[in-house]
Design a binder for this molecule. Structure first.
Ligand SMILES: Cc1cc2nc3c(=O)[nH]c(=O)nc-3n(C[C@H](O)[C@H](O)[C@H](O)COP(=O)(O)OP(=O)(O)OC[C@H]3O[C@@H](n4cnc5c(N)ncnc54)[C@H](O)[C@@H]3O)c2cc1C
Length: 136
C-alpha cells in the first residue's frame, strides 16, 4: 500500500511537490483553502534551480511559450526621456529581466495541470492548527 502524503496549497510549491511525489508512487492529496484553482499575480522570473526543475518536469518550453514577452527594463526621467535601459537580449537573459518571465497564475496553472494526473485535489478545504489545549 503506498504511503500517503498531504500537501497544503495548490500553488507553485504544492503542485510541484505533488507532481514529483505522485510520480514517485506516493498517494498524494493536495488541500487548497480557496474554492478553486487560484489564478492571478504578476510576473515572476524563473532562473537557476527553479528553471531546472521545470525542465525536468517537461514544462520548460510550455512556460517559454506563455511568457510575458518582457524585453527589458527602462528608467525614464520626469520628461519621459530614457536615462537607463537593461535589454534582456544584451545581458543574455539574466539581468533584471530573465529569459523566462511568466505570470504567476500561468506558472501555477502549468504546474497544476501537470500535477493533476498524479494527485487528488480538495479545494475549499484547509489544514488548521489545533492548539494543544483545545485538543485535550
Ligand atoms: C493569488 C496569488 C498571487 C500572487 N502573486 C504574486 C506576484 O504577483 N508576484 C510574486 O512574486 N509572488 C506572488 N505570489 C506569491 C508566490 O506565488 C509565492 O511567493 C511563490 O510562488 C511561492 O509559492 P508557494 O506555492 O510557496 O506559496 P503561495 O503561492 O503563497 O501558495 C500557497 C497556497 O496555499 C494555500 N494555503 C495556505 N494555507 C493553507 C491551509 N492552511 N490549508 C489549505 N491551503 C492553504 C493558499 O491559498 C495558496 O494557494 C502570489 C501568490 C498567490 C496565492
Amino acid at each position: 500500500m503506498p504511503r500517503r502524503v498531504l500537501i497544503t496549497g495548490a500553488s507553485v510549491a504544492g503542485n510541484t511537490a505533488a507532481f514529483w511525489l505522485g510520480r514517485a508512487g506516493f498517494d498524494v492529496t493536495v488541500v487548497e483553502r480557496a474554492p478553486g484553482f487560484r489564478d492571478g499575480g504578476q510576473n515572476v522570473d524563473l532562473r537557476g534551480v527553479g528553471r531546472e526543475v521545470l525542465r525536468r518536469m517537461g514544462l520548460e518550453q510550455a512556460a517559454l511559450e506563455r511568457g510575458t514577452g518582457e524585453e527589458g527594463t527602462t528608467w525614464v526621467d520626469g520628461g519621459g526621456r530614457v536615462v537607463a535601459r537593461f535589454a534582456a537580449a544584451d545581458i543574455d537573459g539574466d539581468g533584471p529581466t530573465a529569459e523566462m518571465e511568466i505570470l504567476r497564475g500561468d506558472l501555477a496553472r502549468l504546474l497544476f495541470e501537470a500535477a493533476r494526473g498524479h494527485a487528488a485535489f480538495r479545494f475549499g478545504d484547509r489544514v488548521e492548527r489545533v492548539d494543544e489545549d483545545e485538543g485535550e
